[in-house]
Design a binder for this molecule. Structure first.
Ligand SMILES: [Ca+2]
Ligand SMILES: [Ca+2]
Length: 381
């Protein structure tokens, strides 16, 4: 991740400083090109400072669009069920905010809501431009974003031009989902290590492989049972397949990808190396552009476990509201869960896997070959 460097007077530039400066410019240009104009919150935290009777929120704001970005706060006094407390006596980076790191919003809670217990509040950051309004919380060691309740169109009406036929993706069907939060990134090795150290849970396959085990890369070699164990520990749960697909679509029905058009290497790490995708194996999470819900790597990098059992024909018989595929359907019994979202590293024929498995509608039944997978978590509401 690039950060803004200090201003350096040209006449005092050392070779090292020049190298840093050039690297910074290259990095900035890459970031400007690779990121979509979606306002992104990272490194969110908050704390009540009793001595000042002030609630401090800290965050980084990433935005590469040209419009002003609005940042406001919402607070919940009932454990996150309702965010109906609207702070206004806030100083610092509040209101119209320019992108950057180390943002500070200080809420004079003592003066505005003297009867509230400030130590039990859960904070939410609402960031908006003219096209997006995203609500962020920090929970269970990660940043999560709210997906509002409502309908979306799941599955596909027909196989996209030139693609193989995947009958398990049809038909298109309308699905209603309650609201939910989703991690903005895949679970990293650093996050998963906190879990194994705290619980003694066995290390995942490939834990010692230097191709995959740096802190910011997604954890791989995680079984579905491992994923559930991690989720329980973090106070979250796996997404249902419908929740995963709605999140991945980023608010757009009927597309083959979370964005418009064809495979786009500014959004994901796919099987080949192409453009901004410079990795044959996994990239650090959130290295490329997010979708319009602010979610990174929904397509590509590593597969993501869903809560559902995999059934080839589930889309034909799915309930219309908050579906979850059961263990047994009429036509056959499935013993595996569902993976979604494609995979950067296939051990064979990388190029041909750049498209079919990276479609937003592609469903994957795990096989023995597929040991690279990850989890993306939702609060256990
Ligand atoms: Ca790649
Ligand atoms: Ca992924």
């Amino acid at each position: 991740m690039c950060i803004l460097g200090k201003k350096i007077k040209h006449s005092f530039l050392t070779k090292k400083a020049m190298t840093f400066y050039v690297s910074f410019i290259v990095c900035l240009l890459l970031a400007l090109s690779a990121y979509s104009a979606v306002p992104i919150i990272k490194n969110m935290s908050y704390q009540y400072i009793a001595a000042e009777n002030t609630h401090r929120t800290r965050y980084d704001l990433l935005y590469f669009g040209a419009e002003p970005v609005s940042v406001i706060l919402e607070a919940s006094g009932d454990g996150g069920e309702h965010f109906d407390i609207m702070p206004t006596m806030v100083t610092g980076d509040f209101g119209i905010v320019f992108p950057g790191t180390g943002k500070k919003a200080n809420w004079n809670i003592g003066a505005e809501f003297p009867l509230l217990d400030p130590t039990t509040l859960i904070m939410r950051i609402v960031v908006s431009d003219s096209d997006h309004t995203l609500r962020y919380i920090t929970f269970g060691g990660s940043i999560m974003v709210l997906i509002s309740a409502g309908d979306f169109v799941m599955g596909s009406a027909e196989t996209p031009d030139g693609m193989p036929i995947f009958g398990d993706e049809i038909p298109e069907h309308n699905i209603y989902l309650d609201e939910y939060y989703v991690d903005t990134t895949e679970v990293t090795n650093a996050q998963y290590r906190n879990f194994t150290l705290a619980t003694g849970h066995p290390d995942p396959l490939g834990w010692a492989d230097p191709l995959y085990n740096s802190d910011p890369q997604p954890v791989v070699g995680v079984t579905w049972d491992d994923a559930v164990a991690y989720a329980n520990w973090a106070g979250k749960r796996l997404p249902t397949e419908a929740e995963w697909e709605k999140a991945s679509r980023g608010g757009f029905d009927g597309r083959d990808f979370p964005w418009e058009g064809v495979l786009n290497y500014t959004y994901g790490n796919f099987a080949s190396v192409h453009g901004y995708d410079i990795w044959y194996d996994t990239s650090p999470v959130a290295s490329l552009a997010p979708n319009d819900y602010g979610l990174f790597d929904m397509i590509g990098n590593v597969y993501e476990w869903c809560a559902d059992y995999y059934h080839y024909s589930f889309y034909e018989s799915s309930p219309g509201s908050n579906p979850l595929a059961p263990e047994v359907l009429d036509e056959k019994t499935s013993v595996t869960k569902t993976l979604r979202g494609g995979l950067a590293m296939m051990a064979f024929s990388r190029a041909i896997y750049d498209v079919p498995q990276d479609l937003v509608i592609f469903r994957q039944q795990p096989m023995a070959l597929l040991v690279f997978d990850v989890l993306r978590l939702f609060p256990n509401k």
